[in-house]
Design a binder for this molecule. Structure first.
Ligand SMILES: Cc1cc2nc3c(=O)[nH]c(=O)nc-3n(C[C@H](O)[C@H](O)[C@H](O)COP(=O)(O)OP(=O)(O)OC[C@H]3O[C@@H](n4cnc5c(N)ncnc54)[C@H](O)[C@@H]3O)c2cc1C
Length: 245
């Protein structure tokens, strides 16, 4: 299917630098797999938003909502021109969307024990998988390591704390790189931190998912490979060069 025009349901600030948008699920995106993304499109200022040919600016965004909902949710970090424009849009305004795309997908049958490594807005596809597993009551086990600069930059904090209470198979380690906060860890994600937090066996057998900006993907991949994790057990989604998180 080509670009579909969809209506914005809500578009709200979630942290100082991240916004969360919900759009009505267009027919072509009724089904997708947790972890996939869509290309989102905007029109030039003043052009007719009901004409699909006008949707010429595009950026990919991971779906943060679970599949099979009446809405699709994305979380986006304010970076350049596209995201600056996105945050000005209001309910009932239109965006174009096309997809789903991507192979960074959660496989409930194969991925029994999942370790997720996220930095900043890299949490988005993981949230989709955690929401999906919780909605479906799946028995898969998830350990999420989530790195942010400061506590108020933890995206979806309330949503994740709620998921934890609903799903005993979700364990979350929040770590802050530029602030100390009670109850949260401090420092970058490194091998020592991972080995101290994961139970033995889990490190050897889990499937590792990494998502965030380009530098984070590189650092986490190098760390896991150096620790002897088989490359086949590492899945990654590189969001590219983002303002650091
Ligand atoms: C598969 C995939 C999924 C993604 N999912 C998400 C997601 O869920 N959420 C999310 O927030 N992002 C996601 N991204 C990244 C997203 O697509 C955009 O790249 C990001 O939002 C930046 O877009 P932008 O147009 O606002 O910024 P851009 O204009 O592309 O700018 C990007 C960076 O370049 C800098 N920059 C811009 N112009 C200049 C310039 N002239 N000189 C120097 N630096 C400049 C900006 O400050 C910023 O740091 C994903 C990317 C991929 C590949």
């Amino acid at each position: 299917m080509g670009i579909e025009i969809s209506e914005i349901i809500s578009n709200e600030q979630n942290t100082p630098s991240v916004w969360v948008m919900r759009i009505k699920t267009p027919p072509g995106l009724k089904t997708f797999k947790a972890g996939q993304f869509g290309n989102f499109y905007l029109c030039p200022e003043g052009s007719d938003a009901s004409n699909v040919a006008n949707y010429i600016y595009a950026r990919p965004f991971s779906f943060a909502s679970a599949p099979d909902n009446e809405y699709i949710e994305i979380g986006y970090k304010i970076a350049g021109a596209f995201t600056q424009k996105l945050k000005t849009l209001k309910p009932n305004d239109k965006v174009g969307v096309k997809g789903p795309y991507g192979v960074f997908t959660f496989d409930a049958d194969k991925d029994k024990d999942v370790v997720m490594l996220a930095a900043g807005i890299g949490i988005a596809p993981f949230l989709s998988a955690l929401r999906y597993a919780t909605e479906k009551g799946l028995a898969n086990y998830f350990t999420l390591f989530y790195s942010n600069k400061t506590k108020d930059e933890i995206i979806y904090y309330k949503d994740m704390e709620k998921l934890k209470t609903e799903n005993p198979n979700i364990k979350i380690f929040y770590t802050l790189t530029q602030e100390d906060a009670a109850g949260l860890d401090h420092g970058r994600i490194n091998l020592e931190y991972l080995q101290a937090s994961l139970v033995r066996g889990q490190f050897a057998d889990s499937i590792f998912y990494i998502c965030g900006g380009h530098d984070f993907i590189g650092a986490m991949t190098t760390m896991l490979l150096a620790a002897g994790v088989d490359a086949k057990r590492i899945k990654k989604e590189d969001f590219g060069k983002l303002p650091d998180s």
